[in-house]
Design a binder for this molecule. Structure first.
Ligand SMILES: Cc1cc2nc3c(=O)[nH]c(=O)nc-3n(C[C@H](O)[C@H](O)[C@H](O)COP(=O)(O)OP(=O)(O)OC[C@H]3O[C@@H](n4cnc5c(N)ncnc54)[C@H](O)[C@@H]3O)c2cc1C
Length: 550
């Protein structure tokens, strides 16, 4: 008898097999329907290839490695010279290379920096949605790189210098001047110690110097510090202004970005987020002096929509993990998936993901069409903050519920649920936290009232006779137009997002829309999932869609 066999006291059974080696696209009818409904159906074959690649066991394992082996700041070399570099695990670089090869950092731009035609937003979003299910941390620089182009558009000459390297599908992690590299990534530094939301309180200064500006001050959060350049905000003589700060000065010397430390974060651990001092660091001005906020707004809308895609993707993975486990785990001689309470819970969770998925892809279609259709531009403007509010805030509680479906197994690090749970809150916090999103919806209503009202009317029309839709719309309108609209904004904006999700479902998964509206608009569900009335056929339909039998 070997030592090993002497140590084994039992057979292992009634444990679910790992959820890996899956096709993240074809196993997700909600995603397929939403992609089809929003104009990217012809991409289905490539999306299935992508879904198989990202659903491979090796990808899940690499995600674990990238998050267990967190980035390390190398402030100095052994002789005491400044280095200011960050070392990442090879798994992180592998993810960067994969995502850039797929164009997630730039596929919505053409070679000259203009917007790529539809359905580039939806096609990219479908890929991003699948990537976020596996490894979300590295998507921070991917998101920032694609979004920065929106702001750089105000400086065509600067953009033309960089766009070829931004849209390159290669990944070059080397620490060299940007002009020596075939591809570059971009980050951003807006948040300072005294304020993130209130960037007008920035104290960092910018003084004209030579062919650019000398920037002195700090940033309290500046993620992905190994990017090749950063959009930063600083106070120029003419007021708060946007700049592009490269890691290397035009003469080839390392620019004066002095990293102080990396944040020790709850989640998002594969990604580095730094605190940094600028000591007369060189930067180019982007846009006019004093128009910093106006300039970066172009970038901010794009980063917000990525937060939405990311959170919806993480919710999808949590649902798939919970459904998969419940189908393989038996309790009291019955599969968990057949226990009545668990069936209602999983169906209600599937309904939430159906709404989040349909709405995410619908929102991305509005970005696809905004350039040529004023109504779609108004949809994107009004609903981006509302959708970010709802989906990014829903994800952490949703993932916790999915974790509980796995019982104790869900709470340990070997399943991705623990990591997803820690990752989820960041999407609600950065790029405009919850209250700030509500204020942004109010701002859109105040500034573009007629167009915003037309968006609301369009949602009601699209919902038709769905239960609770008309009542929801009038409650939203009443709350937001009342004298204390700001104080009542959270309830109204959550309802606005739910109404938008019901409307989106009528386009992509009409069989699901009625149940969504009935349980979310007509009779809002309780504070936890599984507190809704769903019929047996609805539960069966939602379960079948959540994870089709292999
Ligand atoms: C992991 C991570 C990475 C980050 N990376 C970057 C980065 O790369 N670059 C960068 O610039 N920043 C980055 N940030 C910073 C992030 O964008 C800010 O933390 C965020 O914008 C909030 O700003 P703040 O922390 O100053 O909070 P505050 O602005 O002080 O907000 C605190 C709270 O007050 C609420 N609030 C604000 N204004 C109002 C109001 N008028 N009425 C009611 N409530 C209000 C907010 O919703 C929030 O809940 C990162 C943050 C994290 C967590």
């Amino acid at each position: 008898m070997t030592i090993q066999s002497r140590c084994e006291t039992h057979d292992i059974f009634n444990q679910s097999p790992p959820y890996e080696g899956v096709d993240l696209f074809t196993s997700d009818p909600a995603l397929q329907d939403a992609v089809q409904a929003n104009g990217a159906g012809s991409d289905a074959g490539e999306l299935a290839d992508f879904g198989r690649r990202w659903g491979a066991a090796a990808m899940f394992d690499a995600a674990r490695l990238a998050n267990e082996n967190t980035p390390k700041l190398k402030t100095f070399d052994t002789k005491g010279f400044r280095r200011d570099t960050v070392e990442f695990h090879p798994a992180y670089h592998g993810f960067m290379a994969e995502s850039m090869k797929a164009g997630l950092h730039a596929s919505t731009w053409t070679a000259d920096g203009s917007r790529a035609p539809a359905p580039s937003e939806v096609s990219r979003a479908a890929r991003y949605f699948m990537v976020a299910q596996v490894e979300n941390g590295h998507m921070c620089p991917i998101t920032m790189t694609r979004a920065c182009v929106g702001a750089l558009a105000v400086e065509p000459a600067l953009l033309q210098k960089l766009i070829g390297k931004i849209t390159s599908r290669g990944y070059d992690a080397s620490f060299r001047p940007w002009w020596e590299k075939d591809s570059v990534t971009l980050g951003m530094g807006m948040t300072e110690k005294q304020g993130g939301t209130d960037v007008r309180a920035n104290t960092t200064t910018a003084m004209p110097a030579g062919e650019g500006y000398a920037i002195t001050g700090h940033k309290w959060f500046m993620s992905a510090p190994m990017c090749d350049a950063f959009l930063v905000l600083a106070q120029a003589p003419g007021g708060l202004t946007c700049f592009l700060m490269p890691r290397f000065r035009p003469d080839g010397a390392v620019n004066a970005l002095r990293f102080q430390r990396l944040k020790d974060k709850l989640g998002n651990r594969s990604n580095a987020s730094s605190e940094v001092e600028f000591v007369e660091a060189f930067a180019w001005r982007v846009g006019e002096e004093g128009r910093g906020v106006r300039t970066i707004i172009e970038m901010v809308q794009l980063t917000r929509v990525d937060c939405v895609i990311s959170s919806a993707g993480m919710m999808r993975m949590a649902l798939a993990q919970a459904t998969h486990h419940a189908r393989h785990r038996t309790v009291f001689q019955k599969r968990l998936a057949d226990q009545p309470i668990m069936r209602t819970l999983l169906a209600d969770m599937a309904l939430e993901v159906e709404g989040a998925t349909a709405l995410t892809m619908r929102l991305c279609r509005s970005f696809d069409l905004a350039g040529s259709d004023a109504k779609e531009a108004a949809y994107a403007r009004l609903l981006t903050p509302a959708v970010k509010y709802w989906i990014c805030k829903t994800a952490p509680g949703f993932i916790y519920e999915a974790m509980e479906c796995l019982g104790g197994n869900g709470y340990v690090e070997e399943t991705p649920l623990a990591r997803l749970y820690r990752e989820a809150p960041v999407n609600a916090i950065w790029e405009g936290s919850g209250n700030v999103m509500c204020l942004d919806v109010l701002r859109a209503l105040a500034r573009e009232g007629e167009a915003a009202q037309a968006v609301l009317a369009g949602l009601v029309r699209r919902c038709g006779d769905l239960p609770g839709a008309k009542e929801a719309a009038s409650r939203i309108a009443n709350a937001l137009s009342s004298a204390d609209g700001e104080a009542r904004a959270r309830a109204a904006i959550e309802r606005l997002a739910l109404l938008s999700a019901a409307a989106a479902l009528t386009e992509s998964a009409s069989g699901v829309a009625e149940a969504f509206a009935r349980t979310r608009l007509l009779a809002p569900r309780g504070g936890t999932f599984g507190t809704v009335d769903l019929s047996v056929p609805e539960v069966t339909m939602l379960s079948d869609r959540a994870l089709p039998a292999a």
